[in-house]
Structures are given as structure tokens and as C-alpha cells.
Design a protein around this ligand. Structure first.
Ligand code: UDX
Ligand code: UDX
Length: 430
């Protein structure tokens, strides 16, 4: 089918590329001209395992193209996906101005029946507002349907998540777009849940908030494990082997971050409360999660006695492993806080260094080789769980450090191994 995606970022670019790979003809639109030129030149502005060769292949096969013109995309596709940002506003509610703007641009470009699909994460009842906007700004008499099709891809495994989704969620207000939506996703051979617009929009916020709740719960259990000399990884294994609980998302660490969970939890709280539903449970989740970095810093502060002029080596800046995304990264927050307290930081990240640079004060050094963070360091912190950090020469790292202290915020390393190497090793809930 002929499709277009408006907003070619982590969500839009990956979605468009995977739809092209599935055999569709896809136009990816972006209002950032520079980004469009980069993409046309085969330069991918984000790191996502497997994405680069998929983009190249589908551009060569002429199934994937890029433009800054929404009008061109609308004229040349049957189905138009909206994948522009829905960032949080000051009060935590969702800024829908990009979605509204794109809905208007699509309306003004309409010349025949089209299906407009909202892929961005939006508050329930946004689909109705998108339809209203298109009716208001579109040509009289031109028919269209609005569909909600939320995305569940995780950064760092987005291509895999998209190509083998657990389910496709499609919210419709009438039967008419159902056949087209089934045809789009037929190559993915995944279960499709056809429901109404509002339920589809709510599934996304409810799912993300539940995952954030699950992570917060295991971080709470980790605190109890620490106080009772239990091991949270063992407790998580014992809990997670119950099919009703499941092993995923029981990894204790520094709390959830990233461009989705914080904003989706905050949005869901406001949506519920605006609808008159008390959401104290999720407010408590927000509060607990926000307090985790400070608890981690307190452990480090106690060990160092004072932070001033201490040399700190930090491994990891991205919000999680296998991505270059540093948006709402707890690793960035921790580095920034320690620098503010006078520590001298040397940081490394396999992919996120460049994007982290603009978020960190100039006093923080970003090095190209992981072990260089250890030079003369009083303490070494693991802030992002990149698997390659497990393979470092920890003996050598110990010899580079001034004092062999490790604070492993992601339980990446093996406690017995690190202690046998002579490190004073602290982790989370173990
Ligand atoms: C974002 C949110 O993170 C996600 O929750 C939401 O569901 C979709 O938008 P993401 O792809 O991570 O997803 O955003 P980002 O990487 O910032 O990409 C958005 C792209 O849209 C950017 O390339 C931006 O230039 C483009 N854009 C933005 C438009 O093309 N038009 C606009 O009006 C605004
Ligand atoms: C999330 C959802 O998983 C995805 O379905 C949705 O489409 C977008 O939001 P993402 O934010 O890319 O995906 O990453 P995810 O792997 O969910 O991690 C989110 C945060 O939780 C990260 O900060 C991560 O470090 C943290 N996390 C995740 C934990 O602390 N423990 C875990 O067990 C899992």
C-alpha cells in the first residue's frame, strides 16, 4: 500500500522503515529540512540496532523516500500516520500542538478519501479532536477516517519490537478503515486488536503506566532487600517465574527514565484526574521513582565523605543500553548532580556521548574509551547497563583508580567477581 509517516524520529522513522521492509511504499515526512537532507543522503540521525541497513535497503528498492512536504505525502498516499512528538507541558499535561498542526496540514492537503492514523502517544479522546480539526480545515465533502494505532516499540529494540509485535492495536470509529489497517499489518502476522478510538488510546497510557508501576515496585522491593540482606535479583527471579507476573521489567536500578515513561505517567495522572478519577497510586509511583537517584547519590556521598574535587568515572549516559537517546536519562541527571556538588567527572557512553554533550556542563569530560573514566578515579559508577561494560579489563581498571570503589546502579556486574578483584562494590538491592 502507499503510506506516509509524518514525523521521522525514533517512532516515525523506525515505523516507516519497517512498513517499507514489509513491502509497502512509504514516504517519511519531517519538518526539519536538515534531517530530511541527512536521511536522503543515507545518514541516520538516531542509533537503533538494525535500522541503518534497513533504511539503505528500502531507499535503494525505492520503497522508502523522504520529504519535508506534507502536501506531497498526502497527495501520494492512501494512509497517513502521525508520529510527531507529544511532549509534556509544565503542568505535566500533554502538548498536542504538533499533532493539531499536522492534522491541519493534512486537512488542507486532502483531495480524496484518506485514512489518518494517530501513532503518537496521545490522551484519550484526541482522535475525536483530530477528526474535528480535519473537518474544520479540510475541503467540504471530502471523506476521511481517523484511526488510533499506538506504538509499543522500545528504543534499543525498536526494529525487533516492530517486526514481531505482541499485538497491533487499532482503534476505529467506523468499519470503513478496518480492511486497510488489516492489509497494512498483514505481513507482520501478529494478532490485531480492533477496538474503538478511546480504548485504543487508553491502552497505550495504561500499558506504559503499568510498566512504570512494575519497575517502581521492584525498586521498592530492592530497598527492602538491601535492608534485610536479601538479593533483589533472586527475589525478582522467584516472582517473575510466576506466569501471572512475568520476568520482564523486574530489573531494579536507578528508576525509569526516557522520552516515554515519565511523560506518559504524568499525562495519565492528569487525564484520569480531569475525568474525576483519583490517581494517587500513580502519583506515588512518580514520587518514589523521582527519589531513587538521590538515594543512589547518598550512598556515594557517604562513601566519599565529601564530593568536592573527588574524581568520578561514570560508565553510561544514555537512558538505557542499546540506544543513543539521552532524553530524561537518569545517568545524565546523576552526572549533573555530582558535578554540581563539586566532583570532577569523566564519562563514557558507547553511543550517547554526542547527544549527551549538549545536556552536560562543560566541566564534565566525555571520553572515547570506557577505561579512561577510571584514571585516578576515587569512584566508578555504572549508570547505563551497556553489555560491553561487563567485558572491560576490571583488573586494569582497578590499577588505574585511586581507590577501587564501584557503585553499580544497574546491577550489571557480578558482586562476587568484583569483590574477589578487590573492589569495594555496591549495587542495588543486593
Ligand atoms: C515522539 C514521542 O517520544 C512519542 O511518545 C510520541 O508517540 C511520538 O513522538 P519520537 O519519535 O521519540 O516520538 O520523537 P522525536 O525523535 O523527537 O521525533 C519527532 C520528529 O517529528 C522529529 O524529527 C521532528 O523534526 C518531527 N516533527 C515534529 C515534524 O515533522 N513535525 C512537527 O510538527 C513536529
Ligand atoms: C517504553 C515502553 O517499553 C514501550 O513499549 C513504549 O512504546 C515506549 O516506552 P522505552 O522507553 O524505549 O519503551 O524503554 P524501556 O525499555 O521500556 O525502559 C524504560 C525505562 O525503564 C528506562 O529508563 C529503563 O532503564 C527502565 N527500566 C526498564 C528499568 O529500570 N527496569 C526494567 O526492568 C525495565
Amino acid at each position: 500500500m502507499k503510506l506516509s509517516i509524518i514525523g521521522s524520529g525514533y517512532v516515525g522513522l523506525v515505523t516507516g522503515t519497517c512498513l517499507a521492509e514489509a513491502g509497502h511504499t512509504v514516504i517519511c515526512v519531517d519538518n526539519n529540512e536538515a534531517k530530511v537532507q541527512e536521511l536522503k543522503a543515507g545518514k541516520i540521525p538516531i542509533y537503533e540496532p538494525g535500522l541503518e541497513e534497513l533504511v539503505r535497503r528500502n531507499v535503494q528498492l525505492k520503497r522508502l523516500s523522504f520529504t519535508a512536504s506534507t502536501r506531497e505525502a498526502v497527495a501520494n498516499s492512501e494512509v497517513i500516520f502521525i508520529a510527531v512528538p507529544t511532549p509534556p507541558q509544565e503542568d505535566g499535561s500533554v502538548d498536542l500542538s504538533y499533532v493539531e498542526g499536522v492534522a491541519r496540514e493534512i486537512a488542507e492537503a486532502l483531495s480524496g478519501y484518506r485514512i489518518i492514523v494517530d501513532k503518537s502517544t496521545v490522551p484519550v479522546k484526541t482522535g475525536e479532536k483530530v477528526a474535528e480539526t480535519i473537518r474544520r480545515y479540510g475541503p467540504k465533502g471530502v471523506e476521511f477516517d481517523v484511526v488510533s494505532n499506538p506504538e509499543f516499540l522500545r528504543e534499543g529494540s525498536a526494529v525487533a519490537d516492530l517486526q514481531k509485535p505482541d499485538r497491533i492495536v487499532v482503534g476505529v470509529a467506523s468499519e470503513r478503515p478496518v480492511a486497510a489497517m488489516r492489509a497494512i499489518y498483514e505481513p507482520f502476522q501478529a494478532p490485531i486488536i480492533i477496538t474503538d478510538l478511546n480504548s485504543a488510546e487508553l491502552i497505550k497510557h495504561a500499558a506504559n503506566s503499568f510498566l512504570a508501576l512494575k519497575i517502581t515496585y521492584i525498586n521498592l522491593v530492592a530497598a527492602v532487600c538491601e535492608a534485610s540482606h536479601a538479593d533483589v535479583t533472586q527475589v525478582a527471579e522467584g516472582m517473575g517465574s510466576d506466569a501471572r507476573i512475568g520476568r520482564a521489567f523486574l530489573q531494579a536500578g536507578l528508576g525509569y527514565g526516557g522520552s516515554c515513561f515519565p511523560k506518559d505517567v504524568s499525562a495519565f495522572i492528569r487525564i484520569a484526574e480531569e475525568l474525576g478519577v483519583g490517581f494517587g497510586l500513580m502519583r506515588e509511583v512518580e514520587k518514589i521513582n523521582a527519589g531513587i537517584p538521590e538515594k543512589f547519590l547518598k550512598k556515594i556521598r557517604t562513601s566519599l565523605w565529601t564530593m568536592k574535587d573527588k574524581k568520578v568515572g561514570q560508565l553510561g549516559l544514555a537512558f538505557k543500553a542499546n540506544t543513543d537517546d539521552v532524553r530524561c536519562s537518569v545517568a545524565i541527571e546523576i552526572a549533573r548532580r555530582m558535578a554540581e556538588e563539586g566532583a570532577k567527572l569523566r564519562c563514557h557512553d558507547p553511543k550517547g556521548g554526542e547527544k549527551a554533550r549538549e545536556l552536560l556542563p562543560a566541566s564534565i569530560e566525555i571520553v572515547g574509551r570506557a577505561e579512561d573514566v577510571a584514571l585516578g578515579a576515587d569512584v566508578l559508577i555504572v549508570a547505563t547497563e551497556w553489555p560491553e561494560y561487563r567485558l572491560l579489563d576490571w583488573n586494569k581498571i582497578k590499577s588505574l583508580m585511586r581507590t577501587p570503589r564501584i557503585f553499580d546502579g544497574r546491577n550489571l556486574l557480578n558482586p562476587a567477581e568484583m569483590k574477589s578483584l578487590g573492589f569495594e562494590y555496591t549495587s542495588v538491592g543486593r
